[in-house]
Ligand binder design. Structure first.
Ligand code: FPP
Length: 265
């Protein structure tokens, strides 16, 4: 039995924290892998434009690139992958493009669901699902329910997501609890606050990758990425593949993470 299958056969609790320590050194990977990778898949439109294609073709190609990266995360034992599929600001795009993105989300989520469920992937949605059109809402709810008990790769799909929105939502929930006399300000620790975020119970982001050369994080996981290593890859998202991902994992492994402290002598 391979190490990966052995680790996967462990019960959920035993699995926690273990995958990072059993990070494979095979397949040209660095010995130290991030537990949580966040992806901003930028450049679909430019990729299409360079080829004289409609933007929708760029998004469709982007989904193919994503499929390869999800498989790589699963193969390589990454614990959590978070993708920025659709932000609260993306509603402002032309209606045809919004429809394309919603359609891709629904079709691919349902189309890939059995493979992902079979690979023990657990899907979680980050964002306000109540603001989605009915078919997309049904698709994400089906995907979450179908994979709820899985213990492998945690795949977070940020859809109708905004980081400031997420923080406000947490603050409102906490204020309600305080108003109900269930807690006081003294109870509000960092850990307690984090438990009101969509990523409750998950490790913080270790590595945030944005493609297409843009150097900003655009309201994606601001709390969770406070100490993330940022990698801005110039490739356009549809060209990104597991080779590029491997390179970015090496860049991450070579960084010196001190979390505000000094390095031990
Ligand atoms: C940014 O490129 C990309 C997006 C806004 C959408 C990314 C979404 C997907 C690849 C689909 C995800 C779907 C599933 C199945 C979960 P851009 O359009 O901003 O590119 P540009 O900056 O070159 O115009």
């Amino acid at each position: 039995m391979s190490i990966t299958s052995w680790v996967r056969s462990l019960p959920g609790r035993a699995l926690k924290g273990l995958r990072a320590h059993t990070a494979p050194t095979r397949q040209g990977l660095p010995p130290k892998l991030p537990r949580h990778v966040a992806l901003i898949m930028d450049g679909n439109g430019r990729w299409a434009q360079k080829r004289g294609l409609p933007r929708s073709a760029g998004h469709a190609a982007g989904v193919e690139a994503l499929r390869d990266i999800i498989r790589a995360c699963d193969d390589w034992g990454i614990e959590v992958l978070s993708i920025y599929a659709f932000s609260t600001e993306n509603w402002g795009r032309p209606q045809g493009e919004v429809n394309t993105l919603m359609d891709l989300l629904q079709r691919n989520l349902l189309g890939e669901l059995e493979e992902m469920a079979g690979k023990n992937v657990r899907i979680r949605i980050l964002g306000d699902v109540s603001g989605l059109p009915a078919p997309q809402r049904a698709a994400v709810e089906t995907a979450v329910a179908r994979t709820r008990d899985n213990t492998g790769l945690m795949f977070n799909i940020a859809v109708n997501y905004g980081g400031k929105d997420e923080l406000l939502r947490a603050a409102r929930l906490l204020m309600d609890r305080a108003a109900a006399g269930e807690m006081t300000s003294a109870d509000l620790t960092e850990q307690a606050f984090a438990s009101y975020l969509y990523t409750s119970g998950q490790p913080d982001v270790d590595l945030l990758i944005r493609t297409s050369g843009e150097m900003r994080t655009s309201n994606f996981l601001p709390w969770q990425s406070a100490y993330a290593e940022l990698v801005f890859n110039p490739m356009l998202w549809p060209d990104y593949d597991r080779e590029a991902f491997r390179e970015d994992l090496w860049t991450y492994a070579e960084r010196d993470r001190r979390f505000g402290k000094v390095k031990k002598p």
